[in-house]
Design a protein around this ligand. Structure first.
Ligand code: NAD
Length: 422
């Protein structure tokens, strides 16, 4: 069983590269990051002592455009996780047809125990470490798990101080006041909503009678839940890292989030006000959520949640991956055999990088669009990608992930070859 995300990422690439007949030299370029940057960031803590935090910036490929990818602050982040995430970013941008490559960053830390001042010094320290490697035409970071627009604001400010000029396009996911766009915050959730609509259409599911379980109630899971709820889908289960709630008759994600903010965890919210009614609701385990009898299962938390161990117990009619890498390759096979389509992360959660691309384009032009315009353009890209991926997977009789990889890998491989193979 593979539970190393980078091993999973390489297996996924190999499956597509074999089908495409990618030559050895190009395959070796695609299967490893171009640059693996890692260093300790010294941070002065509030009590006066200095703490070193191990950090990474992994730049996988820039054949199609500047490296692009978020920065994750987490105690569990590792080099191999960031390497996998950087590779997935390359495929995601290529599949969406946007002129970016793939990268990812991380800092091993527990952001929950840091004060705001310590968090700011850590964010600025990250930029001091990697200033020569990032920039609007080089590598454009963005928020990821446990990082947000405030952190991007500190990072942009530090970058502009160090380089001596304005460069809003050096980071995306910024506050609107600093060149961010209002649609970016919810863009991954919105793109995920569009992906759910596409798979629902394919399975002939009507929103009102379609049940949805969402693992992970953070930025992505919460925004997706809100769009789905507004369109009439029935959200029956939600979870965060501390537990899950289930209600057969449906949950209101807005009220659930208000309660989670008040009580600190979703598991304390099963009977909160209008969220749900006490008689029909219950607290369930995180593992149980994945195995619920629902129409759509949305993993929106972290990697390796559906594995060879639990894939056989998945009862959803379709899985829509809003997290990166939630399904291990062995689990993919089991789900495919069980005729459970998986809308892969590189397609379903591409709304984030597409939103970032629109932010970057507008920063470069200094000319801004409305949220409606942004969402329409974003939905068009996700829908077109979905149709192309479906067509490719049917043509080759493979699952949707392999169909997506066939498209993405062939685009990047071609660009690598045109540049001379490195
Ligand atoms: P977030 O930090 O806002 O939320 C993560 C949520 O998952 C939290 O509610 C956390 O409690 C929960 N969680 C963590 N482990 C869990 C577990 N084992 N079971 C249940 N819940 C768990 O992060 P986010 O930005 O929403 O990102 C979520 C996923 O989506 C990540 O895989 C990220 O890489 C991916 N993603 C995010 C974006 C984006 O724009 N934010 C874009 C593309 C992909």
């Amino acid at each position: 069983m593979v539970d190393n995300p980078f091993e999973s990422a390489k297996k996924q690439l190999k499956a597509a590269a074999d089908l495409l007949g990618v030559d050895k030299r190009t395959f070796s370029v695609l299967s490893q990051p171009k640059n693996e940057l890692t260093d300790d960031i010294p941070v002065r803590m509030d009590d006066g002592h200095t703490q070193n935090y191990n950090s990474f910036r992994i730049q996988h490929n820039d054949a199609l455009g500047p490296f692009k990818g978020g920065i994750r602050f987490s105690q569990d982040v590792s080099m191999d996780e960031v390497k996998a995430l950087s590779m997935w970013m390359t495929w995601k941008s290529a599949l969406a047809g946007i002129p970016f490559g793939g990268a990812k960053g991380g800092v091993i830390c527990d952001p929950k125990v840091l004060s705001q001042a310590e968090l700011e010094r850590l964010s600025r320290g990250y930029v001091q470490q990697y200033v020569d490697n990032i920039g609007p035409d080089k590598d454009i970071p963005a928020p990821d798990m446990y990082t947000n627009s405030q952190i991007m604001a500190w990072m942009l400010d530090e970058y502009e101080k160090l380089t001596g000029h304005h460069a809003p396009g050096a980071f995306t996911g910024k506050p609107v006041e600093l060149g961010g766009i209002p649609a970016r915050e919810a863009a991954t959730g919105y793109g995920g909503f569009v992906a759910v609509q596409e798979i629902a259409k394919l399975l002939k599911l009507k929103p009102k009678s379609t049940t949805v379980a969402i693992q992970g109630f953070g930025n992505v899971g919460h925004n997706a839940a809100e769009f789905l709820f507004d369109a009439g889908y029935k959200i029956v289960a939600l979870s965060d890292s501390q537990g899950a709630i289930y209600n057969k008759s449906g949950l209101d994600p807005g009220a659930a989030m208000a309660c989670k903010l008040e009580k600190g965890m979703i598991a304390k919210c099963y009977y909160a006000g209008s969220v749900t009614d006490k008689a029909k609701a219950r607290v369930i385990g995180n593992d149980e959520l994945l195995e619920l009898d629902v129409d759509i299962l949305i993993p929106a938390a972290t990697e390796n949640q559906i594995t060879a161990k639990n894939a056989g117990s998945i009862r959803a009619r379709a899985v829509v991956e809003l997290a990166n890498g939630p399904t291990a390759p062995e689990a993919d096979k089991i789900l495919h055999q069980g005729k459970i389509p998986v809308v892969p992360d590189v397609l379903a959660n591409a709304g984030g990088v597409i939103g970032s691309y629109f932010e970057w384009v507008q920063n470069n032009y200094g000319y801004y669009w409305t949220t409606k315009e942004v969402n329409e353009k974003l939905a068009r890209i996700i829908t077109t990608s979905f149709v192309n991926v479906l067509e490719r997977s049917r043509e080759h009789k493979v699952d949707l992930r392999t169909g997506a990889y066939l498209l993405a890998v062939s685009r990047v491989a071609k660009a690598v070859q045109l540049r001379g193979g490195d």
